[in-house]
Design a protein around this ligand. Sequence first.
Ligand SMILES: *[C@@H]1O[C@H](CO)[C@@H](O)[C@H](O)[C@H]1NC(C)=O
Ligand SMILES: *[C@@H]1O[C@H](CO)[C@@H](O)[C@H](O)[C@H]1NC(C)=O
Length: 555
Amino acid sequence: MVNLGVLVVVTLFWETINAATLGVVYTEGGMVEGTNIRLGFRRHMDVFKGIPFADIPGRFEKPKRHPGWDGILKATEFRKRCLQVNLLMTSTRGSEDCLYLNIWVPHGRSVSADLPVMVWIFGGGFLAGGSMGANFLSNYLYSGQEIADRGDVIVVTLGYRVGTLGFLSTGDASLPGNYGLWDQHTAIAWVHRNIRSFGGDPDNITVFGESAGGASVSFQTLTPHNKGLFKRAISQSGVALCPWAVNRNPRRFAEEVAIKLNCPTDDRMVACLKMTDPASLTLAGSLSLSGSPDNPIVYKLALAATIDGDFLPDEPSKLFHNAANVDYIAGINNMDGHLFTGLDVPSINSPLVDTAVEDMRRLLGSYTKEKGKAGLDNAFTTYTSTWGTNPSQQTIKKTIVEIGTDYIFLVPTQAALYLHAANATSTRTYSYLFSQPNRMAGLGRPYPSWVGADHADDLQYVFGKPFTTPLAYWPRHRDVSRYMIAYWTNFAKTGDPNKGGLKVPATWPPFTTTGHKFVEINSNTDSNSIRQKMRMRYVHFWTSVLPSLPGNNAL
Ligand SMILES: *[C@@H]1O[C@H](CO)[C@@H](O)[C@H](O)[C@H]1NC(C)=O
Ligand SMILES: *[C@@H]1O[C@H](CO)[C@@H](O)[C@H](O)[C@H]1NC(C)=O
């Protein structure tokens, strides 16, 4: 016994002094040192928090290269998120000094080299969010630790400007917009130049993101400025073709912001905005997040990308040739629209209040308004065709969520998958539907029992939360998390979600222009979960029937 104890102690000691670690790392800006953590027997991880990838940005300017530093930069704390409105939009939080990234590097018995790299772009409506995500008792949503450990990949999470400071635009050269997208691009380019020193393979980089981050990933594949910087991309619940991803009349919102700040709206406007203090500028970008069927929330998300002739030289649908060289996964949650339609038509979440069919008609009328009465009539017929004569309240409520999901996420994602597949001759395209029911489904407002996967429900599984906080989840949730981490990291390694070392629950076939195959991901995923032509009838309506109707096409 004694000898065994000594052996254990000696082994632990040996493990500790032999901890695989990068130690001090040389980057283009100077030396950085992170924290080394022990994850298990012969398993360590170096974590670097708050490495600058650009200088403090000038107001409404593209990011600038960091001047560098002397000595060793201690990269042990997350930096502040970019200046943004708080949750209630009553004040601001964060800093203009926010262009930093975080890196998780797993090691086995020796220090890693040439690992695949996954770069995360957070979501938050281009209005809020940070590279580390929300945190509860120092458990950060976007900690890369579980993905890095389980998938044996490097995870990087980046910060970028949001709100007015990230996206305000006059639609011309005086305030072109897209500053936040340039920040993301600059971070990706930094990773490409520096990740080898961290044990990463610069020719094996995947960008991934969710919601506005998913749309950002899509923009990063479509811009001509990222040629050769990354190989693969994953868009979760958001693509560049979403109706909220591009603002085609950004000047209108810029003038609203100017009026709130007592700036003139004529040719003195930009000079006045540039002189305004950043907190006031940020607050002036607050949005009212109450919707109605006649004025749905999706149209209020005014801070978005612009067609600036530089980052985006043209309409996103005309830029898919630029994405031809990246492997691409895009997918949605089966009730992504629930969060949004619940704000427009609150009665859908109430078991006690009936939802009027008229509310659904008004919402459809808003979504189809360029086509007038013909658009609405067609849409209404399409969405009620399976109703029978006496639809239940649940049918009406669910149909409203389906309409929101289709219009805000599902249809644009199918269109993006199609354009990617049509242009990708040497790369692959994959489509998924995430349908693990919300954990609160049936526990009361705002989650009736019929709610599936709401917007952002996928994040906790991709980031392995059922493993980091096991008491908050059931074993089936750990299955979902295991499946998603396997698909995502296999894809990052090989461009094929089925190959790369981790076992998957079903072989996920590529999406082709004729096959339109996809996998449905939930705790029951198996070989019966491969499907085809997601919501074809509704995709056909929005992409073909509606556009062919006469009407005012100018947005
Ligand atoms: C490829 O993408 C372009 C946009 O860049 C699009 O117009 C075209 O239709 C796509 N190619 C095919 C074969 O569909
Ligand atoms: C990427 O990483 C995987 C796994 O480490 C490796 O098999 C592959 O050769 C790497 N390179 C490229 C270009 O895919």
